[in-house]
Ligand binder design. Structure first.
Ligand code: PLP
Length: 375
């Protein structure tokens, strides 16, 4: 997808984010198939990993997803509204837990907190006894040391199960620290600790694995998996072939072309000096759009099938490309920054980061173009 005629919307747009919702649905089905008979939830925090939570969640719902996870309570309220038309009201969990005074918001929007410590368990139990049962999840920390009941609190809960009285316990979950490194010993250790812990708690849906954990094998699936990033096309295991279909594409228009020659330089800091006659294209995308500044002087963009190196620094709104080997390129032409040639994971690697950060850094001012799906 590289011709400007492929993009909907007014002609004045100069940067485009394409979201292939059919690929998203395909990825959901692939992950659900891998995880079966476990059910497959979807993590749509951070605005659906930057791709737009409404179209993303509606597409996943249409593909059969009935359970969603977000990080913030505000994200959950928005998601509930975005999914108002869904055939069956989906379950929505809030990973960041139950902060003081938020109980009524969970009730009003039919959301479930993931209770992360004994204090939250106590407050939710009180709320359930006062206002009627409302389901929740519990997160057990098995090695992330980030969220969830630490080990001593798990022991307390297991020896004093009355602390859960009044709470319909819907899900017990934990989170893997190293699932993208299949041989890491922590994967098996967390799996064992989680299996032992759920055996000592009331029966509930057990969930351990996110995207990468699904590929560790059935021992890690339990009753429900909760992938995020793989849905959006990012490779679930480093250094292995990526089974996921690409979902996000990033394209920018050339807004000016110039001829330059040695000993000129390009961009802030004059970091790139021309060795000889060069054609330079200036493209309307920069770090304010999530095209990270660490890509300066390192990234490769594409005009059609031809690789064109990024030269000089990434500015806030602009990048500069050496298009000497594409003599016909001119202002108005579309350049691929992320897409079939400029693979998301490869761009992330060049930027010194991971696909997660590229996706969730994508800016707000692109013209968004949703393809297929249930947007
Ligand atoms: C973000 C998150 C997920 C999804 O992780 P991916 O690696 O994107 O699949 C699942 N569970 C928890 C607790 C998370 O924070």
């Amino acid at each position: 997808m590289t011709a400007s005629s492929d993009f909907a919307g007014p002609a004045h747009a100069t940067t485009f984010l394409t979201v292939d919702l059919d690929a998203l649905a395909t990825n959901y089905r692939l992950l659900a198939g891998r995880a079966a008979p476990a059910r497959c939830a979807a993590v749509v925090k951070a605005d659906g990993y930057g791709l737009g939570v409404g179209p993303v969640a509606r597409t996943l719902s249409a593909a059969g997803c009935e359970t969603f996870f977000v990080a913030h309570l505000d994200e959950a309220v928005i998601l509930r509204r975005e999914l108002a038309e869904a055939a069956a009201a989906p379950e929505i969990y809030v990973l960041n837990g139950l902060m003081a005074e938020d109980e009524q918001v969970f009730r009003d929007h039919l959301l479930m907190p993931v209770l992360n410590d004994l204090g939250q368990v106590e407050r939710w139990a009180e709320d359930c006894r006062a206002h009627g049962p409302h389901p929740a999840a519990i997160h057990l920390d098995t090695g992330m040391s980030r969220l969830g009941l630490p080990r001593d609190e798990q022991e307390t809960l297991m020896s004093e199960p009355e602390r859960l009285r009044g709470i319909p316990l819907r899900c017990v979950m934990s989170h893997l620290a190293c699932a993208d490194t299949p041989d890491h010993p922590l994967n098996r250790q967390q799996q064992r600790d989680f299996a032992a812990a759920i055996g000592r708690l009331p029966k509930a849906i057990a969930s351990l694995s996110a995207s990468s954990g699904i590929f560790l094998g059935p021992d890690w699936h339990f009753d429900m998996v909760r992938p995020g990033v793989a849905l959006y096309g990012v490779a679930p295991a480093e250094g292995r072939p990526n089974p996921m279909a690409p979902v996000a594409g990033l394209y920018g228009k050339i807004i000016q072309v110039r001829r330059v020659d040695a000993p000129g330089t390009v961009g802030y800091g004059a970091t790139h000096r021309f060795a000889g006659p060069t054609r330079v294209a200036t493209v309307a995308a920069g770090y304010a759009d999530g095209y990270l500044r660490s890509l300066s002087g390192r990234a490769t963009a594409y005009i059609g099938d031809v690789a064109v190196p990024l030269i000089g620094r990434v500015s806030m709104d602009l990048i500069t490309l050496d298009i000497s080997n594409v003599p016909h390129a001119e202002a108005g032409d579309i350049v691929e920054l992320i897409g079939p040639h400029a693979d998301l994971d490869a761009v992330a690697k060049t930027a010194g980061t991971i696909g997660y950060e590229i996706l969730t850094s994508l800016g707000r001012r692109y013209r968004r173009h949703y393809v297929g799906g249930a947007g």
